[in-house]
Design a protein around this ligand. Sequence first.
Ligand code: ASP
Ligand code: MG
Length: 434
Amino acid sequence: MATRAYAKYEGIFAHPSAAVETGLMSRLVMKFGGTSVATIERIRNVARHVKREVEAGHEIAVVVSAMAGKTNELVALCKDAAPIHDQREYDSVVASGEQVTAGLLAIALQEAGIPARSWLGWQTPIHTNDTHGSARIISIDGAGIIDGFRRGEVAVVAGFQGVHKDSNRITTLGRGGSDTSAVAIAAAIEADRCDIYTDVDGVYSTDPRVVPKAKRMDRIAFEEMLEMASLGAKVLQVRSVEVAMVHGVPTYVRSSFDDPENPKEGTLICNEEDIMEAQVVTGIAFSRDEAQITLRRVADKPGVAAAVFMPLAEAGINVDMIVQVVSDDGTTDMTFTVGSVDYERAFLILEKIKDKIGFSGIAGAKDVAKVSAIGIGMRSHAGVAARAFHALSEKGVNIRAITTSEIKFSVLIDEAYTELAVRTLHSLYGLDAA
Ligand code: ASP
Ligand code: MG
């Protein structure tokens, strides 16, 4: 067997068969999401994608999700059994979806003449903490998978799951967690690249369903992707982008519905230095899952913000945008946003502490949306956000709150204007495809 050298990922990308020609071997992780493994026919198609890379001479670990809809079904069964249930048993139930697809893909690969075996979270092992339902990976032992490579075997790893070492219980990584499994395994086995095969052919400048002129990007920086995912783009689990960024794993988002013998290009998430022509704004993200809360006539004195936000933090409620109006009579209005799932809970908590803190009333709205523009080019360009405020005002879109950081800004608007705002910003920054 050829010895493994570290081919640069650009090389593999440009010439899928270069490894064979040059004798260089690369190690790849290929991850397939739920829609890509939804049926046996699609699992066979996945096997063809894997076969192509095996024949190109690469060592392959495949990470799979559960079949489309399976996890939702399992979650519903748990709720049916008991609305409030033991999270450790929940994990044991929902992890089963990935066990099925890992085994099925190993069978399909063997059927195609490719030696393969499945690996469950506890077998690898993938150690996590014990936050059942949204566990974090602590460490991955890649030795067994690498031994398998030496025997010429493809490793098929069940995504989404791990094991808590001390309690020996199965854990899961939170919805969408198999993206994180894939990137973390790529880091653990020092893969040259992690390919995320999904039902879209890459990362777009915004959601193509809202802006048909949205463009697929060839490359996007880790930091930009992290913002895009955090601010509403649904392609990748946020945590997976964090892991990719921290470990420098080049991550390639591509379509599993291409012809396996002749795949098209996708989007490479990589270091900023590897992007030739950086744009000021790379993408527009949006989220309708926002809610706004306004506290009226809050006493304007030290300690009040802490008194308001500590109880929310203690309840695990994330507060995002915060706006406080300057006071003229010793009181101020304080507006902030929370995820719409936390809205009712936040409201109740605030009502309880109303008298203690001293404010005259609470108002809220769930029909708000957050629209954000992201780009590393913002670091070196002034007035990027100001142009947006102007363009939005010309369309009659009222801005309720604004936040900015080094590489992004967000505006909170009425939900009804989401599409208009996204389209306006998308054209404003020259992102529309020709
Ligand atoms: N099957 C899990 C889910 O639906 C994990 C994943 O697909 O990434 O959330
Ligand atoms: Mg997913």
